[in-house]
Write a protein that binds this ligand. Structure first.
Ligand code: ITT
Length: 198
């Protein structure tokens, strides 16, 4: 079945294609479907923003749509950048945002953090479902690695054996990440709903 990923983030599209294509899904980015919108994320939670993004694309294509609102919550920063992860401190590039987190944690003993991923799935009849995955870890002292995207070069997950996510093979993230956990719930739902056969 065809599914449109409601995102402008190429890193997310790549990860969803890697995860869903082997399961028989034909994965399209919204751009590949000619949908060029950038939904304003006015929600107060990951769930609300995921729903806003999915609904906006669904209104234009009326098929299966999946959106992903995700981010990094750093304990010592009171949960920041959280839902503002893609625009932390108004910084334009991922590298600048990573640097800002490392600087903000300078001299901090508590480097604990977690990634959150909230998936919103809308089926062709318009029904909406949410799935949330959390991945605990710590913020590294310095950047390492070039795999993945966003904050991966500074995130050391609890199952990463002390290495940043970006320095581990992509298959590691596909197995353990916040996104992998949310996708596992999504797949369990789809199997239960027999939606995959639709
Ligand atoms: P869309 O809204 O178009 O999907 P976006 O990049 O703006 O794209 P979000 O609003 O969900 O997406 O922001 C999530 C940000 O959190 C993202 O830009 C990354 O900086 C970070 N992030 C999310 N998942 C991540 C992951 O698996 N690895 C590293 N950083 C991640």
């Amino acid at each position: 079945m065809e599914i449109v990923i409601a995102t402008n983030n190429k890193g997310k599209v790549r990860e969803y294609r890697d995860i869903l294509a082997p399961l028989g899904f034909e994965v399209f980015s919204q751009a590949e479907k000619g949908i060029s919108i950038d939904v304003e994320e006015t929600g107060a939670t990951f769930e609300e923003n995921a729903a806003l993004k999915a609904r906006a694309v669904y209104d234009l294509c009326r098929g299966w749509v999946l959106s992903d609102d995700s981010g990094l919550e750093v304990t010592a920063l009171g949960g920041e950048p959280g839902i503002y992860s893609a625009r932390y401190k108004g910084l334009q590039t991922e590298a600048e945002r990573r640097r800002a987190i490392l600087d903000a944690l300078e001299g901090q003993d508590d480097r604990s953090a977690r990634f959150v991923c909230c998936i919103c799935l809308i089926s062709p009849d318009g029904a909406q479902h949410l799935f949330k995955g959390i991945w605990k870890g710590v913020i590294a002292r310095e950047e390492d690695g070039a795999n993945g995207f966003g904050y991966d070069p500074i995130f050391v997950s609890e199952d990463g054996a002390g290495r940043t996510t970006a320095s581990l093979p992509i298959s590691f993230k596909e197995t353990y990440s916040h996104r992998a956990k949310a996708v596992a719930m999504l797949m369990a739902y789809l199997r239960g709903a027999d939606a995959v056969r639709a």
